[in-house]
Ligand binder design. Sequence first.
Ligand code: PLP
Length: 372
Amino acid sequence: MPGAAMHYLDANATQPLRTEALQAIIAALAVTGNPSSVHQAGRAARRIMEDARDAIAARFSARPQDVVFTAGGTEADAIAIHALAPGRRLIISAIEHDAVRAAAGEPLILPVGADGVADLPALETLLGDGTPSLVCLMLANNETGVIQPVEQAAAICRRHAALLHVDAVQGGGRLDVSLPALGAHSLAISSHKLGGPAGVGALLLAPDAPFAAPLTGGGGQERGRRGGTQPVALIAGFAAAVAASQSDDRAGMARLRDIVEQAALAAGAVVCGDPGNRLPNTTCLGLPGVRADAQVIALDLEQIAVSAGAACSSGKVAQSHVLRAMGLGDLAGQAIRVSLPWNVSRQDVEAFAVAYPRMAARLRSPLVPHAA
Ligand code: PLP
């Protein structure tokens, strides 16, 4: 957690732990037992885990037996691709997270438009040759927050007998998501993006999804789909966070995001991605001529935590592959992501609204040698 004076606006990297999640973790940590053990202690642990599985399944309208607990979003994506891809060509959108990109090897790339939305006619064309395929299209992008047309993509995939995996690590739990309504074959979600603990997530499978082989066999846990003793306390915290996220005030969040955006626009920023079609907590702000890492450091000195491009790539000064795919040119190295956490306050965004113009004016000054 950031220090008391810090304004934490980097929720898409990770969210503060919710009280409900902390309490569930502490309660579950007091229970000794391996959920695979048949004795009473094991059964007690198993009960906590299965209650969590039921709650998470219900939230996404999946069947409990189709919920595979994983070590987070990265592993859920990797398991999905490993299990669904055999015998199929891979097609991934140009804006997928590295978790998907790394697992996909050398896929065909589905382009996106300048608005950051996947090009569905291009998907239709790619699938038109009849080659059995697995398509990966995320629900909402981690850098721009732009929501993808997953339902329409699923309809196209099903028409061409292709499979669709959806990385819902950012969108799941922040939007109303139903696996059957989306029509996808699998969905990856991650606890820490919802205010649960890091290190746990889930792969949700549609009843008709094939599952060729687990990535880790081990002791055959999770119905043979993910070996390894389940972290019961983390899973309990995950379910508590999923439940609590249902009461988040999304409209209020979008209003606070507007305060952030208006301040940045007035200081010369441009919003990257379709502004009418985004997660309510996310904005991606390009500041022409000013390197993203310099902006992040300057805002950090003002007690504002944001990130440059994907959190997982912070530390690298490479341009964002997402913004490059949108054809934003130099702006791909000059954009920061502001993502409001579930507990954001008006003071947090007002602090940003004061700090951003100051940062922009200082870094744009010709006396400061920072331009990209
Ligand atoms: N997918 C997306 C879209 C993400 O934003 C992230 C994390 O930033 C991941 C996957 C990886 O999730 P985890 O950190 O739970 O492994």
